[in-house]
Design a protein around this ligand. Structure first.
Ligand code: 13P
Length: 255
């Protein structure tokens, strides 16, 4: 059985003070929900306040990136030991915005995943095709290359700690959600690929989130698909009401 995991990617939003305020509202709404994992991923500089505000709420804490070296002359970077020391549990790796705007490649994704695992952090690894790629019928090729490159040389045991997020780039921030069938088709493809790359048991246990214009109104239908095990939520995670509604609408769905 896979437990649904709903994570809020707050991207470049919220000061430390606003982070605390939003977490306090989320705690009110989510503290008695344990059948779904919920996670918030604020900016680096708000992580310490977030950790304090989250306290023993049961809501997880994630970062939005990680550098692969532990320390050294790498101005502006943040390492695994630093995140671990702050009480961070998850880290988003290879988000399409990092691939598009900050030169992230499958190779750097692979390095970051290994660094996260070394620091005992749970990677949320993002994959997804651009609109042109979907229109050119290349979706599966792109996803396959991203999975094979990003997850290269990992053991099955390491794969067991990884969450995959399928985020079609054309659905991010556009209000244009993939249909449940479109998402399910790619999720199934990813699970089959993981079975080939690792083994069937790991593939069956891996949680694969969907991301791209998830809101409370489309949550049930998306989460109801057999291979969709959660959501990575952008815009709708920035308000307590909408994020809490997504978590609540994911309850009672068996995987
Ligand atoms: P939206 O939910 O705003 O489309 O963003 C999705 C996303 O990029 C989450 O990582």
């Amino acid at each position: 059985m896979r437990k649904i995991i709903i994570a809020g990617n707050w991207k470049l939003n919220k000061t430390a003070k606003e982070t605390t305020e939003l977490i306090n509202l989320l705690k009110r709404d989510l503290s008695d929900i344990s059948e779904v994992d919920s996670v918030v991923c604020p900016t680096f500089i708000a992580l310490a306040d977030a950790r304090d505000a989250l306290d023993e709420s049961g809501i997880g804490l994630g970062a939005q990136n990680i550098y692969w070296e532990d320390s050294g002359a790498f101005t502006g970077e943040i390492s695994g030991p630093m995140l671990k020391d702050l009480g961070v549990q998850y880290v988003i790796i290879g988000h399409s915005e990092r691939r598009q705007f900050f030169g992230e490649t499958d190779e750097t994704v692979n390095k970051r995943i290994k660094a996260a695992l070394k620091s005992d952090l749970l990677p949320i690894v993002c994959v997804g095709e651009m609109l042109e790629e979907r229109e050119a019928d290349k979706t599966f090729d792109v996803i396959k290359a991203q999975c094979q490159g990003g997850l290269k040389d990992l053991t099955a045991e390491e794969m067991g700690k990884i969450i995959i997020a399928y985020e079609p780039v054309w659905a991010i921030g556009t209000g244009k959600t993939a249909t449940p069938d479109q998402a399910q088709e790619v999720h199934r493809f990813i699970r089959d690929l993981l079975a080939e790359m690792f083994n069937g048991e790991i593939a069956g246990a891996t949680r694969i989130q969907y991301g791209g214009s998830v809101k409370s109104e489309n949550t049930k239908e998306l989460m109801g698909q057999p291979d969709i095990d959660g959501a990575l939520v952008g815009g709708a995670s920035l308000k307590a009401d909408s994020f809490a509604a997504i978590v609540k609408n994911s309850c009672g769905i068996e995987k």
